[in-house]
Write a protein that binds this ligand. Structure first.
Ligand SMILES: Nc1nc2c(c(=O)[nH]1)N[C@H]1C(S)=C(S)[C@@H](COP(=O)(O)O)O[C@H]1N2
Ligand SMILES: [Mo]
Length: 221
């Protein structure tokens, strides 16, 4: 499904240079190595999903003060976009040029506006997994709530029905099986961010571990 308004995020080397590099420059962040295929990688079991009862909730510091919710049909009816992005896992493998289709996180944010004092989001999955992001990273034009990979519906282990894709951060922030988004008025650590991984997780700055955080880069541990 290549739509006319598809945004190309970096990979078709013949056509589209990566947004984070210029042609001829390295697309591999420091300490990473290239891997061809995407391994399945997550903590805990794959949650069961009943499409009939699944919903995605937006809660916390919303502008209206109320929770917003989409069922699967409603979510799939939101405008769809395509991105092509490199994926960098903190365990040091990088996969180049994955095509994802879904709803821009910014689109969801526009449909469920945050309060003026919201600064961060917590993206939550089943079983207590979650990752935090600053609002501006969540709204970036390459942060996607993906429903398809390489134009195929996500498999259960890939995050079906909806997973986040945050190309600008290490892979653990690309939360699979997203169920809720909570707007926060101050930063709060997610699952890995409170277990030794860096709060900001920018692969280009090699922000892997929390012990390398500078003052101000994360809430106290
Ligand atoms: N809910 C959930 N999402 C998750 C994880 C997890 O353990 N639980 N692991 C993360 C990590 S560390 C990586 S590298 C990617 C892997 O995505 P993949 O299994 O589609 O390759 O998912 C991320 N999203
Ligand atoms: Mo990862």
């Amino acid at each position: 499904m290549r739509q006319p308004d598809a945004v190309a995020r970096g990979y078709d080397p013949a056509v589209v240079p990566s947004p984070r590099t210029v042609p001829g420059e390295c697309r591999l962040p420091p300490g990473q190595h290239l891997q061809r295929a995407m391994p399945v990688q997550h903590y805990g079991p794959v949650p069961a999903c009943d499409p009939a009862t699944w919903d995605l909730r937006v809660s916390g510091a919303t502008r209206s003060g109320r929770e917003h919710a989409w069922d699967l049909a409603g979510f799939l009816a939101l405008p769809q976009r395509e991105i092509i992005a490199d994926f960098h896992c903190v365990t040091k493998f990088t996969i180049l040029g994955i095509t994802w289709t879904g709803v821009l996180a910014a689109e969801l944010l526009a449909a469920a506006p945050p309060a003026g004092d919201a600064t961060h989001v917590m993206v939550l999955a089943d079983f207590g997994y979650g990752a935090n992001l600053p609002l501006d990273v969540f709204c970036a034009d390459d942060t996607l709530l993906a429903t398809r990979r390489e134009d195929r519906e996500l498999k259960p282990e890939q995050g079906y029905p909806v997973r986040l894709v945050v190309p600008s951060r290490y892979g653990w922030k690309s939360v699979k099986w997203v169920r809720a988004i909570e707007y926060l008025t101050s930063d709060r650590r997610g699952f890995w961010e409170e277990r030794g991984y860096h709060n900001n997780a920018d692969p280009w700055k090699e922000q892997r571990y929390s012990y390398t955080e500078q003052p101000g880069e994360g809430p106290p541990l």
